[in-house]
Ligand binder design. Sequence first.
Ligand code: CO
Length: 445
Amino acid sequence: MKPLQDVNLEQSSSADGVPIDEGDSRLTRRTLLMAAGVAGGAALVGTELSSSPHLTVAQDATPEASPVAADTLPPNIPPWTTQWGPLPSEYGSRSPFEDGVVRDPSSTSSRSPLADLHGIITPNSLFFERHHAGVPQIDPAEHRLIVHGMVDRPVIFTLDDIKRFPSTSVIHFHECSGNTGSEYKEDTIAPTVQKSHGLVSATEWTGVPMRTILNEAGIQPGGTWLLCEGADAAAMTRSIPTEKAMADGLLVYGQNGEALRPEQGYPMRAIWPGFEGNSNIKWIRRIEVGNEPWETREETSKYTDLLPDGIARQFTFIMEAKSVITRPSGGQTIPSDGFWEISGIAWSGRGKITMVEVSTDGGSTWHEAELQEPVLPICLTRFRLPWSWDGKAGTIQSRATDETGYVQPTVDAITQARGLNSTYHMNAIKTWAIAENGEVTNVYK
Ligand code: CO
């Protein structure tokens, strides 16, 4: 006998649109007992089941469910309870009823479906991806990593060589510096959180500290920069400070417990925690040690931030604190007024998120959201706030603060500081508008 819990949502009658305080006792829990072993097969269930708080996604991609005959619903027995189900496959798959939750691929990237993800870990199949010449299909037996340049001993490693070193696992967010670039300008804002913020994900990476690899070669005095080069057809190449590599850089081969996906750099990639995605070179085949940056294409004409005065910010590696509400978010519809949880993600390339605040009145007042444990440094942090929608048109926004004291800026603040020339490093507060009919849309600010 397995107790099932359901949340009674009918009593959260705060009709003023003000978030219900944490621990509010107006939320009552009911326990439903499913008596699976009752003689005659009849199940005993509650008779006042409230619907679970799923939001309706406007572009509903849920597979067509076979019509459920009324006599399969409680208190009757559904057909899947009366017979053995199919046996599991060797490599698992999700329910076909979840097939609508997919990435949004283009010719250059694929965005994670943030509105439909739970917790803080992104499943490997839904992890965002950005490539510059497609996804190379690399035979690991034919792949090598060479470390050379200003080193005592140039070394060539196989994947098996790398795996012999002591390994470690870390959980971090990973974000393209172009993520949310659409939100700099009012006329390019994206309709959904997947399109506006979907170039961020989080995962457990497993690999060998980069300092271990670099120490094998022995960095010579003055070897302050590394040139990291991928084995893809773009030979994606970035200059990385040796100091960062020695501090917390990783050469990874594992992701969420299995081998890296080809899209994430199989068989090995660099990870520089908190640094913009493209600098974490995938399919890494070469590290050259030098005494200055190489000024490659991807750190001059691309991935620099042109300011209004014509000067470009360069080597802007760190992804600053940012947050976004994922539910409810653009493209969804809130079915009715009353209780709904506002939930989203926050992250900072400089450490832990210490606070996320939510405003439901255009930024006049802010309410501190609960940060779901674990709150890890340089990782997605899930925030949640109980909320009662009053059924009136309005806006919702979130604002993150990290452990350095940095506060996520407004759209006005960031565009005044940076202008509108660049699409990179956009981390402003995101505003979603809610219409009286419950439709949620993106608004510029
Ligand atoms: Co940058």
